[in-house]
Write a protein that binds this ligand. Structure first.
Ligand SMILES: Cc1ncc(C[n+]2csc(CCOP(=O)(O)OP(=O)(O)O)c2C)c(N)n1
Length: 325
């Protein structure tokens, strides 16, 4: 499949937008300006960018606790995202949800999720609804290697394959569930192998290479759109930072040399060198793109900091139940 110049540039831009958002968010968390825990996506950008370049606004995604990158790549509003991280009323959840509850239904982003393994069951519900309403929408479910051990993933995979639901399961295998190495939390090496147990294709792809992800995701999404059912796409990737926050090196559960090895195949640098080789993007143009996103991010941060906190009277609004008595 020939990937157009526009799509290559589009993937590059989405990756840079994510990284800029995440690096600045990390600094704000470390300085205490942004409260709570941020699970940053730096290193994994090729997965979101490779997949999202196939999706329309009405195609849906389910996300995870490490969810900023998914919404940024789907075109999320950075002002509303930062305002949510800051707990301000102008945020996506009016400042009451924070990082792990951000969603944007207009963009088909059905929500980040602090419950590991919640995405797959939400995704198949959305996929069933898409088919029932006779749309050709596809739902993409992002989840981690750790989440692939949850019962919810297995139940969702079974039903999706049985009913040929228009869903694609994208496993972002970064080699760790929190601080536990993959080989210490599951006996399989390739999560794609689990697909066979449910009667769907399982595909492994280099998750540091946005072009490879784009090609594999394209086939899986087209298959789902044509009514041929789900695919499990395993993207082998790596998170540069710690499970929470920005500290990437000097942690006890992995060697710094491993981090440096993965960084040699940085998804953005990989894309930039290919674009440069093909004469599509110069170093100056790449620097200008980064500067443009930094300006967008800084504007979003200023917007968030200037926004008010929710009023105390709003405490009981937008909730489903209240404690009785
Ligand atoms: C149901 C549930 N169990 C445990 C946790 C605690 N927890 C938060 S993140 C995480 C690891 C998830 O690993 P993975 O799915 O591989 O995602 P990654 O953090 O590597 O992106 C765990 C166990 C949780 N949030 N929800």
């Amino acid at each position: 499949m020939e990937i157009s110049r526009e799509t290559l540039l589009d993937m590059h831009r989405r990756m840079v937008r994510i990284r800029t958002f995440e690096e600045e968010a990390g600094k704000l968390m470390e300085s205490g300006k942004v409260p709570g825990a941020l699970h940053l996506y730096v290193g994994e950008e090729a997965v979101a960018a490779g997949v999202m370049t196939h999706l329309r606004d009405q195609d849906q995604i389910t996300s995870t606790h490490r969810g900023h990158g998914h919404l940024v790549a789907k075109g999320g509003d950075l002002k509303k995202m930062y305002a949510e991280l800051y707990g301000r009323v102008t945020g996506y959840c009016k400042g009451k949800g924070g990082s792990m509850h951000i969603c944007d239904l207009d963009l088909g982003m059905l929500g980040a999720n602090g419950i590991v393994g919640a995405g797959p069951v939400i995704a198949i519900g959305a996929a069933f609804s898409n088919r029932y309403r006779k749309t050709d929408n596809v739902t993409v479910c992002f989840f981690g290697d750790g989440a692939s051990n949850e019962g919810t993933f297995h139940e969702a995979a079974n039903m999706a394959a049985l009913y040929k639901l228009p869903v694609v399961f994208v496993c972002e295998n970064n080699g760790f569930g929190e601080f536990t190495r993959q080989e210490r939390h599951q006996a399989v090496h390739d999560i794609a192998d689990r697909a066979a147990g449910y009667g769907m294709p399982g595909v492994i792809v280099d998750g540091m290479d946005a072009i490879a992800v784009h090609e594999a995701a394209g086939e899986a999404i087209a298959r789902a759109r044509r009514g041929l059912g789900p695919t499990l796409l395993e993207c082998k990737t790596y998170r540069y930072f710690d499970h929470v926050g920005v500290r990437g090196m000097g942690v006890i559960y992995r060697d710094d040399s491993e981090v440096l090895e993965w960084r040699k195949r940085d998804p953005i640098e990989l894309m930039e060198s290919r674009l440069a080789e093909q004469g599509i993007l110069s170093a100056d143009e790449a620097a200008a793109i980064r500067a443009g996103f930094l300006a967008e991010v800084r504007e979003a941060i200023a917007f968030a900091e200037a926004s008010p906190f929710p009023a105390p009277e709003a405490l009981m609004e937008d909730i489903y139940t209240t404690a009785a008595g």
